[in-house]
Design a protein around this ligand. Structure first.
Ligand SMILES: N=CN[C@@H](CCC(=O)O)C(=O)O
Ligand SMILES: [Zn+2]
Length: 346
């Protein structure tokens, strides 16, 4: 779960949040996602590709070999397609494995209400995506909606996800983050592959996700950055939910590192290191429908792995922020694509 294609960082908003503004205060005042949308709409495809490539490299150096990349800072069809083309270009040119997510319902664009935006997505965006996916110009795997109070309500979310599913996309969306929305119940009903955030999930939502085998993608950086209530990882695990972890890299939560995400999950969500490792690897692959080829070192799967310089694997989680020194090699499809450099004499 990352939002890695954008222009215009939001370090000024980080200062506002530290001074007490909430995520939604800033969003409703026209900042947040809207700020990034304005800058991304103006940016050239080349500029977006160059910054995106650099971000993928930083993720790779932190050990990420398969990454979900969401669009969602365009909102209009033209810019959403620009972002998806940038993701496609990276998919073709770079070694990182990518799962591409259309997130045109990331926010309600200025000048429209949620129902108008929903109609536009269903009547204009999705037919175009279907056409481009069919002729091979892009390869979009998942459909996403930010199901949240003041963004897309449950009904709009249902309509968009259903329409996405009808054109062959996997459902993988943002739900129950800031307010209880019954997103988990909806996702389970629609056969979603995964739902992210879930800080405000209900008990019924947990049970529904467990029986639907719908993965819960928990995002420790966001809960930490926004000082949200922590998602109930322990309860989810106890009830048999497939728990995955994501970095949520985006201009709000500026973190590339899954080792740091695992550390936060252990300390703040009370997961064990083994649970965090499984959540960041095999379960994260499952959340993208890719666990048959990714997420574990097994006969018949793709040879993606990292080699760390340590006596015990747990050091990758224990040494908070230490992954840059620990990771010696990153290997994709059996080929070394990153080797850590040593400074001579130390
Ligand atoms: N909550 C919605 N979307 C993103 C944040 C996007 C942004 O603020 O730019 C998330 O997953 O945290
Ligand atoms: Zn997100």
């Amino acid at each position: 779960h990352t939002h890695p294609v954008w222009a215009g960082d939001r370090v000024h908003e980080f200062a506002m949040k530290l001074a007490g503004a909430s995520y939604m205060d800033i969003h409703q005042a026209g900042g947040g996602i809207h700020f990034t949308v304005e800058h991304t709409q103006k940016a050239s495809e080349e500029e977006l590709f160059n910054t995106f490539r650099h971000r993928l490299l930083r993720m790779l150096r932190a050990g990420t070999t398969l990454v979900e990349c969401k669009s969602g800072y365009g909102l209009n069809l033209e810019t959403e397609l620009k972002m998806l083309r940038v993701i496609e270009q990276a998919r073709q040119l770079l070694d990182s494995n990518i799962s591409s997510t259309y997130c045109g319902a990331h926010s309600v664009p200025k000048g429209k209400n949620a129902t108008e935006a929903t109609d536009d997505i269903i009547n204009n965006h999705l037919p175009k995506l279907k056409e481009l996916n069919l002729n091979g110009e892009i390869h979009v795997n998942n459909i996403d909606v930010f199901c949240e109070k003041g963004v897309f309500d449950l009904n709009c979310t249902r309509r968009i996800l259903q329409a996405g599913k009808e054109i062959g996309l996997q459902i993988n969306f943002h739900g129950d983050e800031l307010h209880p929305m019954k997103s988990a119940e909806l996702g389970a009903e629609l056969g979603a592959q995964a739902i992210s955030h879930l800080e405000e999930i209900s008990d019924e939502g947990i049970a529904a996700m467990a029986s639907a085998k719908c993965a819960a993608v928990l995002l420790p950086t966001t809960a930490y950055m926004l000082r949200l209530k922590q998602p109930q990882a322990r309860k989810m695990l106890k009830e048999g939910v497939i728990v995955a972890l994501g970095s949520d890299f985006n201009p709000n939560a500026y973190c590339y590192s899954m080792p740091m995400v695992m550390h936060l999950a252990c300390v703040n969500m009370k997961m064990s290191m083994k649970e965090a490792l499984a959540a960041a690897t095999i379960n994260a692959a499952y959340a993208l429908g890719r666990s048959h080829m990714h997420g574990s070192i097994e006969n018949g799967k793709q040879g993606d792995l990292i080699i760390i310089n340590s006596s015990r694997w747990e050091h990758l989680i224990y040494q908070f922020g230490g992954h840059q020194e620990l990771i010696e090699y990153v290997i994709v499809k059996g080929k070394v694509i990153y080797k850590n450099e040593r400074v001579m004499g130390y």
